[in-house]
Design a protein. Sequence first.
Length: 335
Amino acid sequence: MKEDGHSVRKISSRLSLPKSTIQNTLRRFETRGTAASASRSGRPTVDTPRTTRRILRNINTNQWDTWSMVSRHTGYPEHQVQRVAKKHGIYRRIARTAPHLSERNIKDRQQWCEINEGRSWKDQIWTDETIIELGKHQGIARVSRTADQDPYSPNLVQKSHRSGQDKIMLWGCITANKRGPAIILEMPNPYYDEKRKRWKNRGLDANAYTSQVLEGPLQDFWEEVTEEVGKEVWVMEDGAPPHQGRAKKVRRELGIPSAFHPGNSPDLNPIEPLWDVLKRRIWDIPGSHNSLSNLRAAALQAWSEITTEDVVRHTKHMDDRLEEVKSRKGRQTRY
């Protein structure tokens, strides 16, 4: 517009910009050949190689520490710690939860893969128990790592544990394409600990498991599935104490074949992710966590609403689970 002979005042009026802005822009163009503002030097970066190394070393050594904790350890501002971490692809990510695996567990898992490679899963019943705690909603823990770091590395896994809140224990079972029965297990009566001078709860034992599960819903469901598939059906139970002792004897007497299952391996039991589905649905039921009686009713309601699609969504990946255990040499997987 200036080249067309327009005055600064006219250009200012037509573009609705202050005259000073027009004059400064024209001056820049005349002196530097461009209307763009010159780059400013600004404050020099404080992320020196030495600073960066120190921050990264502290983060990698203490991957559970928050940015503020790393800041306190290194003496650098939290925003600088976060900037350096981001530059190197490190973010606060949700920590995975997985049980501890002993060397024996790892060998058993590898053996289980060899035994079950290429098999059909239609003649399998998976069973399990889960604890549902009154008023408990799953929290989220975060850990610092890059996207390509193994989230199931032992030093990055949040070990699963249980609190001492009021709770119920639910037993359930499934096949490859069917939801089985579920019951609330009645726990043995509490006893008074003379040494500690307080009442303590007893855990589920083999007698209670036998009378409530083996000789009841499990036997009935096993007979039903056996008739449906027309061949021997195996029942998967983990190595928990209630499944041993008298339970093993009664299982043999009933003719129910039991499948070997490695310890501490919920990722090899497709009913496990259904417990997560169940607990989320229980939480969504109004009043479910107001009392134990409400919790019991909500748990059975939520289980009855588990669909065939819910079951198949997880059982169809059994071969994938097996392959991942093999590829990870028996260690924890993403399942």
